[in-house]
Design a protein around this ligand. Structure first.
Ligand code: HEC
Ligand code: HEC
Length: 230
């Protein structure tokens, strides 16, 4: 009797373990970035691997078409975590996933350092006529639950900068992207991806998902247009 009971327990444990295994296999990769340390790669080594990227992101890190992101001057740690997310499948993209899969972790560090070291593009467009994008970016819209973007992306869209007098690591900030001078069509597509739940593979995506959920289509356009002019 004892044996049967024990066997039954063992069998149920095995079944539960199998069910968990199946669930894990079916769950896409999720990256928890809360403890991500700032990364430091070798920019010179990265430059030697950057030729295949130039077709879309430009040899100077400024994109060849406005639907592609500029990489020049972006935070190295942000670029690193995005490439790693494409590699492990937590960020999807038909073009970037196979490219990132072919890179080693060291290649990714070096490429991130290379593109981060290039001078960011100065904004070329003039500020949009409507002040809506600027108001949302700097003040948010409390009634709609929209936080000010500058709180996380910096007053000038160049990311939050750690206090230069502080020696403490600031890992959470280091994974936040710069938006200044980014291409408006690319920014708009990303806001839509957060809203639609197609960019959800990291803990940082969850933050932006909460932001994008409260943005109307018109506000997304106003914000993308404004951020690209910073
Ligand atoms: C054929 C075009 C193409 C090539 C080649 C290409 N990329 Fe991309 N890349 C894209 C597109 C398109 C996206 C935006 C994907 C999306 O919409 O989510 C992107 C996104 C990225 C991002 C995320 C940027 C951000 O702001 O979140 C990084 C980092 C990146 N690419 C790095 C690279 C590197 C490094 C290479 C070379 C090894 C490379 N890419 C080659 C088209 C390309
Ligand atoms: C609480 C912090 C926070 C606030 C507030 C915030 N963001 Fe973000 N944002 C992030 C983080 C973190 C990421 C990186 C997400 C990821 O890794 O995919 C991000 C990513 C983005 C991206 C993708 C950039 C790229 O290169 O792909 C866009 C676009 C963006 N935010 C726009 C906005 C706008 C517009 C607002 C204001 C309405 C805003 N954010 C407010 C934290 C924030």
């Amino acid at each position: 009797m004892i044996f049967t009971t024990r066997a039954a327990i063992v069998a149920s444990i095995a079944l539960v373990a199998m069910a968990v295994g199946v669930a894990l296999a079916a769950t896409p990769q999720f990256d928890d970035l809360r403890n991500q340390k700032p990364i430091h790669g070798d920019a010179v080594a990265g430059a030697t691997k950057a030729a295949p990227c130039a077709a879309c992101h430009g040899s100077n890190g400024v994109a060849a078409a406005p639907t592609f992101p500029n990489l020049a001057g972006q935070s190295a740690t942000y670029l690193y975590v995005q490439l790693r997310a494409f590699k492990d499948g937590s960020r999807t993209g038909a073009v970037m996933q196979p490219l990132a899969k072919a890179l080693t972790d060291q290649d990714i560090r070096n490429l991130a350092a290379h593109f981060a070291s290039l001078p960011a593009r100065a904004a070329t467009q003039k500020a949009p006529k409507s002040p809506r994008g600027s108001i949302l970016f700097h003040d948010g819209d409390v009634a709609k639950g929209v936080p000010p973007c500058q709180g996380c992306h910096g007053v000038d869209g160049r990311g939050p900068r750690p206090d230069p007098t502080s020696t403490a690591p600031q890992p959470a900030w280091s994974t936040f992207p710069h938006l200044a001078g980014q291409n408006a069509p690319y920014l708009l597509r990303q806001l839509q991806a957060y809203r639609d739940g197609t960019r959800i593979g990291t803990s940082n995506d969850k933050v932006m998902r909460g932001v994008a959920r409260n943005l109307s289509a018109a506000d997304m356009r106003a914000l993308a247009d404004y951020a690209s002019t910073l």
